[in-house]
Design a protein around this ligand. Structure first.
Ligand SMILES: [Zn+2]
Ligand SMILES: [Zn+2]
Ligand SMILES: [Zn+2]
Length: 259
């Protein structure tokens, strides 16, 4: 069991509406810079033998096709907001190719909310023929769990009033959708090479860190490098990255990181 030698790919770096935002003509939404094209936030975690995706965004199908993810060992969920679960139905594709259930890992609250949003997956079928994803549900709490040879340590966070999970995977921590990290979680984030953290926009927000707050919290965590994610259209990549302190970066779709 090891979490060394892992590859991480940012499958989406955008906030819930994606960037460009439909019908918006702001400088970021009309930018031709590829780094300003943001699918909904998701991360691919890969070892030599194991592929895990964190969250199934509404862009999940497109993300799996873009990054040639032909094999998926499991999905791990942070929370049940639609921008993190909307692509769940497209897990069917892996049922077809493997003839097996897809393993999903989430805490009880997230599973219960997934069952409400995707009610038809969990009810007696009304008729034969409608395809539904076949899932192998694994309920997690705060204890570390292992998928293949990759160990995930849950990191409890607050997203407004809602408890959500980040994950520590070896020397990388992934904390999207949060505006508060409890001290007990910060204790679990010592000695990080890489922190990927929510930073929505410049202005404050009630459920997400803004850039200044994200920088302040990151300095306390003190990872070697910090990358911001879940980025809204108020942030133009080329302009914002020039303003960041040393060791701080913006993620962008397709960014790969190694530990
Ligand atoms: Zn989100
Ligand atoms: Zn815009
Ligand atoms: Zn959210």
């Amino acid at each position: 069991m090891s979490s060394n030698g892992l590859k991480f790919t940012v499958l989406g770096s955008g906030t819930s509406s994606g960037v460009p935002t439909v019908s918006c003509k702001c400088p970021t939404c009309i930018s031709t810079d590829k780094r300003d094209k943001r699918l909904r936030t998701s991360l691919l975690v890969q070892s030599e033998t194991t592929n895990v995706v964190i969250d199934t965004t509404p862009d999940f199908r497109q993300q799996m096709l873009l990054y040639n993810i032909d094999r998926l060992d499991a999905v791990v969920f942070t929370h049940a907001h639609f921008d993190h679960i909307g692509g769940l139905d497209d897990l069917r594709a892996y049922n077809y190719t493997t003839k097996k259930a897809v393993r999903i890992f989430a805490n009880l609250q997230t599973i219960e909310r997934i069952k409400r949003t995707f009610f038809y997956i969990f009810e007696e079928p009304e008729q034969i023929g409608g395809g539904i994803p076949i899932l192998d549900i694994n309920i997690i709490d705060e204890a570390p769990f292992t998928i293949g040879d990759i160990t995930f340590e849950p990191l409890p966070l607050l997203h407004g009033k809602m408890p959500v999970l980040g994950f520590r995977i070896g020397n990388l921590a992934y904390c999207t959708d949060t505006n508060f990290i409890p001290e007990t979680t910060i204790d679990k984030m010592q000695g990080l090479e890489i922190l990927i953290l929510d930073a929505l926009r410049y202005e404050p927000h009630s459920t997400h860190f803004n850039l200044n707050k994200a920088i302040e919290v990151s300095q306390k965590i003190n990872a070697r490098k910090t990358y911001f994610i879940h980025i809204a259209h108020q942030i133009l990549h080329s302009q914002c990255e020039k303003e960041l302190p040393e060791g701080f970066y913006l993620t962008y779709d397709g960014l790969t990181l190694y530990t």
